[in-house]
Design a protein. Structure first.
Length: 260
């Protein structure tokens, strides 16, 4: 099975912006084990700006573009250094792939991106993908940005014909209300169709260090399910849940692929 896993800043970092090393170690161990079992793994990882914030001792996520891009430049180094070190413990080689909007909006560059990822998988490497926030000029609109990694992971999953996209977040899945405000809100285990009612559950933006909220995740679900790929939203605090998700067990919220 070809699996794309997207992990958000809230999963990778403490509220301080510093790395949650225990969480990252657990994630890399599970992904390595799934790879050992024969699955092809593509990791889309947020966290560059958030980690740069911690590394540079900034008071919070910067709002001005130069500081935001400087934080991304510093944080991306720490992010990839950590992934390289952790995956190397399980004899897996990682490959950094930084993308901009032009890489996915241009047909030729999108094809080049797809061919590179296919070749990395053939060579046994584990692609670690992020938006190139150091040069992207919108989210970090204009045409050279993607915006956030929920959308990026969906575009990548659709492009490489992934069987499954897993979005690891700070929430257990999609609820019929806001679980932070409504204790009676219920988790929706399966979404067979993205109708107007489901899309309306998107709500607002994400955590303090990240950019993605439920609305971006539902947008991602629409992209991949229309491409014939299933998607699951699950809690990134428990990386071991990935085993059950891949096995098809009821974890988080599963969005069923559209039938051709």
């Amino acid at each position: 099975m070809r699996i794309t896993v997207k992990v958000g800043t809230s999963t990778l970092a403490h509220a301080t912006g510093r790395l949650n090393i225990q969480r990252m170690e657990a994630l890399c161990k599970v992904l390595s084990d799934l790879k050992n079992a024969g699955h092809e793994i593509i990791l889309v990882s947020s966290g560059a700006i958030g980690m740069g914030v911690g590394k540079l001792n900034l008071p919070g996520r910067p709002k001005d573009m130069p500081t935001k891009q400087a934080a991304a430049a510093v944080g991306q180094c720490e992010l990839m250094y950590t992934y390289d070190k952790l995956f190397n413990e399980y004899n897996h080689t990682v490959a950094q792939v930084l993308l901009t909007g032009e890489d996915v909006h241009s047909e030729q560059r999108s094809r080049n991106m797809r061919n590179t990822i296919f070749r990395l998988l053939e060579l046994g490497a584990l692609p670690v993908i992020n938006e190139n926030d150091t040069v992207a000029t919108d989210e970090v609109g204009v045409e050279n940005t993607i915006g956030e990694n929920d959308t990026l992971s969906a575009i990548v999953a659709a492009a490489v014909h992934a069987d499954l996209l897993i979005l690891l977040s700070d929430i257990d899945g999609l609820y019929d209300g806001d679980p932070h405000r409504d204790p009676a809100a219920h988790l929706i285990p399966t979404v067979p169709c993205l109708d107007e009612h489901i899309m309306a559950l998107g709500g607002g933006s994400g955590s303090a260090l990240g950019t993605g909220g439920m609305a971006t995740k539902l947008k991602a679900a629409r992209i991949v399910t229309e491409a014939g790929c299933e998607m699951v939203i699950a809690n990134g605090a428990k990386p071991a849940l990935l085993y059950d998700i891949v096995a098809g067990k009821p974890v988080g919220t599963r969005f069923l692929a559209k039938e051709a």
